[in-house]
Design a binder for this molecule. Structure first.
Ligand SMILES: [Ca+2]
Ligand SMILES: [Ca+2]
Length: 393
């Protein structure tokens, strides 16, 4: 992998983590008493985890799962753009705008307003261009890219109908698009859509920052097998689109399946062919909630949002657990951290892992004592966030 690609990955990861950090407070506020109960029960497994701590280093938190919406609907009043904007502080969302099989012929103020509102709420937007599997004249593609840059404040380009085979000149065609986008704006991402598995050369050439490697009906998703080379890259490099999936339960299963398959971006809809992308799914809010829940699990213990669960998550002067204890973080969050931290023992935190059944109480009490806090128990009604208990934010 080239240094440039690595740098872009870091930019992409840091953008994701900024989004995660922005959402941390909201996510934590949404956790229920049930979650508190589950956390306290987990104290019984702590001794086993201590053994793991001794042999491992700081644990890498997984990248957040992102929703990638082909938003091929016009932003008229009451359109699904409003529902996407309303959800943008709950889960990371990138919308693909597509005014007219591309940017269209004129700047559209309704798109300006919708895009600006969605981005102000935390969403990202990339602009649709098609490439006819390498047959569309390059100048037409780059002209579309330029129109997006001139008319809209967005975050990148979505290259549809991407080829997934050689020869080198086809790869070079897509690298030319990629290079043009990076010239137009080095911050812009390029998402390529072969719609199916592709060869690794498309990633290494490079031709895109991430790839949509599945676009098909729900019934084809469980049996889908990603290319073996995908495992060498971060999950944020891969996106799946699933349409014609009527079952909300299957949708949730597919989100988890995506995580298990090293896929960082997904969208599942019950809309069907000929155009499954001209509205949001009927289970949109359930999908947003499910992604937020998955991300809360993936980021548990990573209080400073840097993608790693380590001692800084306790000690960071503003974002660390100690600094936030009693405001938006409590004993259950410490146990999250303890479960996921696998680095060397340091400070007071690790030396106090107790035996069950008083595990939760003891762990929290010992850390709390070092902070001068006296009344913490394992009762979910008291370990839940103060903000939730007070009904404030
Ligand atoms: Ca439709
Ligand atoms: Ca961290």
């Amino acid at each position: 992998m080239s240094l440039q690609t690595l740098a872009e990955r870091r930019v992409s990861r840091s953008m994701m983590m900024i989004h995660l950090r922005r959402n941390t407070m909201a996510l934590l506020r949404r956790r229920s008493d049930l979650t508190g109960k589950r956390r306290c029960a987990s104290a019984a497994t702590l001794p086993a985890l201590v053994a793991v701590m001794l042999v491992c280093t700081a644990m890498q938190a997984a990248s957040a799962l992102e929703i990638i919406v082909p938003a091929y609907f016009y932003p008229s009043p009451g359109s699904p753009w409003g529902a996407m904007t309303a959800a943008a502080d709950e889960a990371p969302i990138t919308a693909i705008m597509n005014p007219g099989n591309g940017p269209g012929n004129v700047k559209d103020q309704n798109y300006v307003n919708a895009v600006n509102a969605f981005r102000a709420a935390g969403g990202r937007v990339i602009g649709y261009v098609y490439s006819s599997y390498g047959a569309r004249p390059l100048a037409q593609v780059t002209a579309d890219v330029d129109k997006y840059k001139t008319w809209y404040g967005i975050d990148g380009i979505f290259v549809d109908e991407m080829a997934n085979t050689g020869p080198a000149e086809r790869l070079n065609y897509y690298k030319s698009i990629y290079d043009h986008v990076k010239q137009v704006d080095p911050q812009w991402e390029v998402m390529g859509n072969p719609g199916t598995n592709t060869i690794e050369q498309y990633a290494t050439w490079p031709t895109a920052d991430r790839f949509m490697v599945f676009e098909n009906v729900g019934s084809a998703y469980p049996g889908h097998a990603p290319s073996a080379w995908n495992a060498k890259y971060d999950s944020e490099k891969f996106v799946n689109l699933v349409h014609t999936e009527a079952s909300a339960a299957n949708m949730v299963d597919f989100l988890n399946l995506a995580v298990s398959r090293n896929v960082g971006g997904i969208y599942v809809t019950d809309d069907v062919m000929n155009n499954p992308w001209d509205t949001l799914p009927s289970y949109w809010q359930q999908e947003v909630d499910a992604v937020a829940q998955i991300n809360a699990q993936l980021s548990a213990g990573d209080f400073n949002g840097d993608g790693v669960v380590d001692l800084a998550d306790l000690d960071d002067p503003t974002l660390g657990w100690k600094a936030r204890f009693g405001s938006d973080l409590g004993g259950g969050d410490f146990l999250d951290w303890q479960r996921r931290y696998t680095g060397p023992a340091g400070g007071a935190a690790i030396g106090l892992v107790p035996e069950p059944p008083t595990g939760c109480l003891g762990a929290v009490a010992l850390v709390a004592a070092s902070l001068g806090v006296t009344r913490m128990t394992c009762n979910p009604s008291t370990t839940k966030r103060k903000s939730a208990a007070n009904g404030s934010s």
